[in-house]
Write a protein that binds this ligand. Structure first.
Ligand SMILES: Nc1nc2c(ncn2[C@@H]2O[C@H](COP(=O)(O)OP(=O)(O)O)[C@@H](O)[C@H]2O)c(=O)[nH]1
Ligand SMILES: [Mg+2]
Length: 250
């Protein structure tokens, strides 16, 4: 069975897609320790001869978020689930009519090194409005599969399921190109510094992507700073985050 988490900004059609995927086979509970609702469900891929046909998916609905900071409970739940539980695939659902805003979360998920499949939902509205989206180009730029969907009618949903099964295979994961968002020369130099220090802690850097940790240290992310404080290399990591040219970075 493949575990797949659904994530997206509020109002993109995540609930609609979750319901379409899982139908009546849903379980509702809470995320551990908090009263935020957690929905999970199951679905079977395909019925015919398509790729991954007969494969079962465990679908986890993550809270709708715009970002993945440690400041908001919803965002932290989503982020912790992805970094701690490492679902085999994360489906990032975008409102296809609002790519500019929606792609911010996608970039954060790439930074988190989630194994992404992007669903461009509301594709019917995209079509109706005559918005042109170059799916191939977008997929190439992000380095992940991009599929158009209409959650309300089910259009594209079977293809999405097949793409999820495919993305979960070792072969596809090995092939996956790491797309790195550059922050400019000065910040990149700092990121490299911190990444180097972080990598000395095998446990920490084995559990979390080192570049992601480095970026979070530089952002002074509360949760990551706590992880760093508990590291035997904590002092070194914090020192690496200090700009040698003077002062600490913001
Ligand atoms: N036209 C169209 N409407 C959609 C689509 N997906 C969701 N919706 C509608 O968009 C609204 C928000 O959907 P919902 O699933 O609640 O979004 P969520 O906040 O991401 O869970 C609802 O009115 C849905 O019926 C779609 O693909 N096409
Ligand atoms: Mg919803």
């Amino acid at each position: 069975m493949t575990t797949v988490a659904l994530i997206g900004n509020p109002n993109v059609g995540k609930t609609e897609l979750f319901n379409r995927l899982t139908g009546m086979k849903q379980k509702v509970g809470n995320w551990p320790g908090v009263t935020v609702e957690k929905k999970t469900g199951k679905c079977v891929v395909g019925s015919g001869s398509g790729e991954g046909s007969g494969e079962e998916l465990e679908v986890v609905d993550l809270p709708g978020t715009y970002s993945l900071t440690a400041h908001a409970l919803d965002e932290l739940i989503a982020r912790d689930y992805i970094v701690e539980e490492k679902p085999e695939v994360v489906v990032d659902i975008l409102d296809g009519t609002n790519l500019e805003r929606n792609l911010y979360l996608t970039l954060l998920l790439l930074e988190l090194e989630a194994n992404l499949v992007v669903a461009l939902n509301q594709w019917d509205v995209v079509r109706k409005r005559g918005i042109e989206v170059d799916l191939e180009k977008l997929s190439e730029l992000l380095g992940v599969p991009v599929l158009p969907t209409v959650a309300t009618t089910g259009e594209g949903v079977e293809e999405l399921k097949e793409a999820v099964v495919k993305a979960a295979t070792a072969k596809e994961r090995e092939k996956r190109r790491k797309v790195v968002m550059g922050y400019g020369e000065d910040i990149e130099a700092l990121i490299k510094n911190v990444e180097k220090a972080v990598s000395k802690d095998a446990e920490l850097s084995g559990k979390y992507p080192p570049r992601w940790l480095a970026i979070k240290v530089l952002e002074k992310d509360e949760k990551v700073l706590k992880l760093v404080e508990n590291s035997p290399h904590g002092v070194e990591i914090k020192e690496a985050a200090v700009n040698k040219k003077g002062g600490e970075t913001k």
